[in-house]
Design a protein around this ligand. Structure first.
Ligand code: NAD
Ligand code: MG
Length: 398
């Protein structure tokens, strides 16, 4: 029986909902028992309130102060405490629990992930952007607090499951698999007319809007390359990406003797979430199972960085170090949101990232210090302003 007292930051999103659904399934199966300390969400008050009524947390927080009244009304009579705003989410993240799921999307999740990283809890990290912005310092902070960081991203969960942490010198190379996204086979000319609706319709994974766009541009695999470099202390040249459209092999570790270990599973986020929730144990729940005979075959191809330039830009950012990954991430977030708002063409997402990286000075975020989070957010803000101004200029020129 897996017993945990948990907080879920970003409980109303795709990963947050999957986490609660998994906990529910485990309780129904009699294999898990969970208490919830904190749930946080955004503007979807109906969903947040429904989750709160089911799980009876001590505290529920919405990111938006203007939504607090609606949240209070929805939870009237329950006795559940409520709060609103970023500072309240950060404070909630410091509460003492066994396990925190960091599932806020984007750099907006950095302060709360940073706060949770200082508590000694097991930090299940879905919010890859916080690792990209603050990786080495965030990892060090978790270690100093006596906690553990367990990656939730399926690729990094896969590597974590087969990586020889006690002897990392035995590893020759990491191989991240990528689905290739919904536009894997399109020409650049065909990509010019891609709409937000098409970009968020991922062939294998059901995810939030921003990560779906990242998957379509392959900026997601760029972010994941940086994430892998920090999590497994691996230089960029020893991290490869291979496109694997079926999303069954979630990533691989190649050893110095030429042997390679892979982790496999259906494309289902509850599986890596279950791994993080139960670690170092395993959770029995009614998981979808692989049927290899029904699948028949698995295919692989090299990624095409000409059609998907965001991948190469992320690698450049990783190699440049300092604040460059933060600049890459901020420009990508701003450009992806502008594309979703129909203010930017799909092909210009990578162009905005490249232009921002060329214009914002890489001031070199200090990696180990306590103020690494503030320093990263300062770089993030500057890169956001630059990316917005580039997008404005492109719009005026169009
Ligand atoms: P989502 O958009 O579905 O949900 C985001 C959550 O964050 C929601 O609860 C929302 O209310 C909250 N949120 C949004 N903006 C906020 C803000 N400014 N302040 C506080 N809270 C805010 O996103 P998602 O797809 O669940 O992704 C969450 C994270 O997990 C991302 O970093 C993503 O890259 C990562 N991830 C997601 C998947 C997936 O399958 N969805 C897979 C791997 C990694
Ligand atoms: Mg992933």
């Amino acid at each position: 029986m897996i017993r945990r007292r948990v907080s879920i930051l970003g409980s109303t999103g795709s990963v947050g909902c999957s986490t609660l659904a998994l906990m529910d399934a485990a309780e129904t199966a009699g294999t898990g028992a969970f208490e919830v300390e904190v749930l946080t969400g955004g503007a979807n008050i109906a969903r947040l309130a429904e989750q709160a009524r089911r799980w009876r947390p001590a505290l529920v927080v919405t990111a938006w102060p203007a939504q607090l009244e609606a949240l209070n009304a929805a939870l009237a009579g329950t006795g559940i405490a409520t709060a609103a705003g970023e500072a309240a989410i950060v404070e909630a993240a410091t509460r003492s629990v066994d396990w925190v799921m960091a599932a806020i999307v984007g750099a907006a999740g950095l302060r709360s992930a940073w706060a949770a990283a200082g508590t000694g809890a097991t930090l299940a990290l879905a919010n890859k952007e916080s690792l990209v912005c603050c990786g080495p310092a965030l990892i060090e902070r978790v270690q100093r607090s006596g906690g553990r960081l367990i990656p939730v991203d399926s690729e990094h969960s896969a590597i974590f499951q087969v990586f020889p942490a006690e002897a990392p010198e035995r590893v020759a190379r990491l191989v991240l698999t990528a689905s290739g996204g919904p536009f894997r086979t399109l020409s650049r000319a065909e990509m010019a007319t891609i709409t937000p609706e098409r970009a968020v319709a991922h062939p294998n994974w059901s995810m939030g809007a921003k990560i779906s766009v990242d998957s379509a541009t392959m900026a997601n695999k760029g972010l994941e390359t940086i994430e892998a470099a920090y999590l497994f202390d691996m230089p960029s040249e020893r991290i490869d990406v291979v496109v694997h459209p079926e999303s069954i092999i979630h990533s691989l570790v190649e050893f110095i003797d030429g042997s390679t270990l892979a982790q496999m599973g259906p494309p289902e986020m509850k599986t890596p979430i279950a791994f993080a929730l139960a670690w170092p144990d395993r959770l029995a729940w009614p998981a979808p199972r692989l049927d290899l005979a029904a699948l028949g075959r698995l295919t692989f191809e090299a990624p095409d960085e000409t059609r998907f330039p965001a991948l190469g830009l992320a690698r450049q950012a990783l190699q440049a170090g300092g604040g460059a990954p933060t600049i890459f991430n901020a420009a990508n977030e701003v450009a992806a949101m502008a594309f979703l708002d129909r203010r930017l063409a799909f092909l210009n997402i990578a162009a905005v990232i490249a232009d921002t990286m060329g214009r914002v000075t890489n001031s070199g975020v200090s990696s180990g210090s306590d103020d690494a989070c503030d320093a990263a957010l300062a770089v993030d803000a500057e890169a956001r302003r630059m990316a917005e101004s580039i997008i404005g200029r492109l719009a005026r020129a169009a």
